[in-house]
Write a protein of this length. Structure first.
Length: 118
């Protein structure tokens, strides 16, 4: 993962995402083991405007969601959260910084533009 990805006019429509990895910069696994679910639970209230009523059940925000990448627990934070609620965006950035967690950025590649499979 890279430290920053430039936004070009052709990629501006893509959703950029911040990955917070459950590994400190010193290489230690972050604890507690359910840190990602806890962080995403706190952020669950941030939903798209005019959200889907079928999502009325308890769940995670589409902007902050837990996942596992290559066996490492991570939280994926959609950059659109910054526009929806800047304080929430700062909260997750501060969480990563305060806990010395590794971060990286990526962007979602639409399926119609993905490279062909070999």
């Amino acid at each position: 993962m890279t430290d920053s990805i430039p936004v070009t006019p052709s990629s501006a429509h893509r959703s950029r995402e911040l990955f917070i990895q459950g590994v400190t910069r010193a290489g230690r696994t972050f604890r507690p083991s359910d840190w990602a679910e806890r962080l995403c639970g706190v952020m669950a209230q941030f939903q798209p405007e005019g959200g889907d009523p079928s999502r009325a059940h308890i769940g995670y925000s589409p902007y902050v969601r837990p996942t596992i990448v290559h066996g490492i627990k991570c939280v994926i934070v959609d950059e659109r959260l910054r526009e929806l609620e800047p304080l929430a965006w700062n909260f997750v950035l501060d969480f990563a910084r305060d806990n010395d967690l590794q971060t990286g950025e990526a962007c979602e590649v639409p399926l119609d533009r993905a490279p062909p499979k070999s």
